[in-house]
Ligand binder design. Structure first.
Ligand code: ATP
Ligand code: MG
Length: 379
């Protein structure tokens, strides 16, 4: 199996690939990329270089992705070469382009925030006249970890982005007054089998996911069922193969009942699913491999009442290993995952998982471990 992109998602696919006897090959950004450190076959090449990607694809049976940034023209070249791609370029387009995603979900009747494509100040002001300031402005392509998302209070504040927007324009959305953020994670295979994990709560700090609670505490069972159904429907309608993450805002209907709007889609293993490595019978990385190879899917049941995941972001200390020695001694139940990435402030460099029956205690342990690795706390 070939994976385009050598980040931590490709890296975390290697343990289940080893267990299942699947040989991975990664087209990596650099020979010391996160996945290249652990996958023996990791040729270096740019995902934007059509000839390089074609050559890489010739050496594998099936191609999947570590990120959604492979350009449409590169994907089209692979398709015309007859390369098997999961997800397909037609499905992936909805995770690559937020305007396209909004159009399609709206056509399917999936609840979304109020939105419009805006090309200039007048269109942005017209949208705000209807939905109010502030407006959430997004670049349709290329965003991640909140880059490409901005809250603007006037058209003036958005002038720089509007000036640089291409013919498609920018995505303007109402600023949703959500109760919390949730994520629906599932996998779908080319033959149409699907398996859904329990809906989780995700906590973002400055646009970056910092904590995941699995399952989402206190989630209304009816809303949980509607969300899983919506996720399955999106996967089926868009023809998604592999793992699909649906990021959701939990809101209140006018009658006070819990309801939701969809934020965005990701068609690959997702940060909201890192808890599954230690907390589910089948991890999202194993499930992605099974789905991409059209093998029967694994059991997505949780192993414990609760699993909490906390992301480790780069802090002031370049050397993480003295900290983890202390953490292992302090909390033997803690599962530490480091991605082999250089420490840079705010960069996702690892995560911790902890499972059990006492949610507040698990949150405290996970947060302490993440803070300690980041150097935010020293005891
Ligand atoms: N319409 C909205 N109303 C309120 N908050 C929003 C809205 N859209 C996005 N946000 C906030 O900004 C965060 C990042 O937005 P989004 O998920 O669209 O960006 P991204 O950079 O693609 O994210 P990711 O880190 O998932 O790749 C969301 O998780 C949410 O906290
Ligand atoms: Mg997001």
């Amino acid at each position: 199996m070939g994976i385009i992109g050598g980040g931590q998602l490709a890296r975390m696919a290697q343990p289940p690939a080893i267990n299942l006897g699947i040989t991975l090959s990664v087209l990596a950004e650099a020979d010391d990329a996160s996945a290249a450190q652990v996958v023996p076959s990791s040729p270096v090449g740019e995902h934007t270089d059509t000839e390089r990607v074609r050559e890489f694809a010739r050496g594998v049976d099936v191609v999947t992705f570590d990120h959604e940034h492979v350009p449409a023209e590169v994907l089209a070249a692979l398709e015309s070469d007859g390369v098997v791609l999961h997800p397909s370029p037609a499905a992936l387009a909805h995770a690559q382009d937020k305007l396209r995603m909004r159009r399609r979900l709206t056509d399917l009747g999936i609840p979304c925030p109020a939105w419009a494509a805006v090309h200039d100040a007048a269109e942005l002001e017209a949208f705000a006249a209807e939905h109010g300031w502030p407006v959430v402005l997004k670049t349709p392509r290329g965003g991640y970890d909140g880059k490409g998302v901005r809250l603007v209070r006037s058209a003036d504040e958005a002038a720089d982005w509007l000036g640089r927007a291409d013919a498609d324009g920018l995505l303007a959305e109402e600023a949703v007054d959500f109760r919390r953020e949730l994520a629906v994670l599932l996998a779908r295979s080319p033959s149409g089998q699907a398996a859904v994990w329990p809906v989780v709560e995700t906590v973002q700090t400055e646009g970056i996911c910092t904590e995941v609670l699995a399952p989402a505490p206190g989630l209304d069972p009816d809303l949980a069922a509607r969300l899983s159904e919506a996720g399955l429907r999106i996967a089926g309608e868009l023809g998604v193969t592999g793992v699909l993450a649906v990021e959701v805002f939990e809101t209140r209907a006018p009658d006070g009942q819990p309801t939701y709007v969809v934020n965005e889609l990701a068609m690959r293993p997702h940060n909201s699913g890192h808890w599954t490595i230690d907390g589910s019978v089948t991890s999202q990385f194993e499930q992605h491999l099974r789905a991409v190879l059209d093998l029967p899917l694994g059991d997505p049941s949780p192993r414990d009442r609760w699993t909490v995941m906390a992301n480790v972001l780069g802090g002031d200390f370049p050397d993480l290993y003295p900290a983890y020695r202390h953490l292992m001694a302090r909390d033997p139940g803690l599962k530490i995952h480091l991605y082999g990435k250089d420490v840079r402030p705010g960069r996702k460099i690892g995560h911790v998982d902890v499972s059990g029956s006492d949610l507040p205690e698990l949150r405290e342990r996970a947060q302490h471990a993440a803070d300690y690795l980041q150097g935010v706390v020293t005891e």
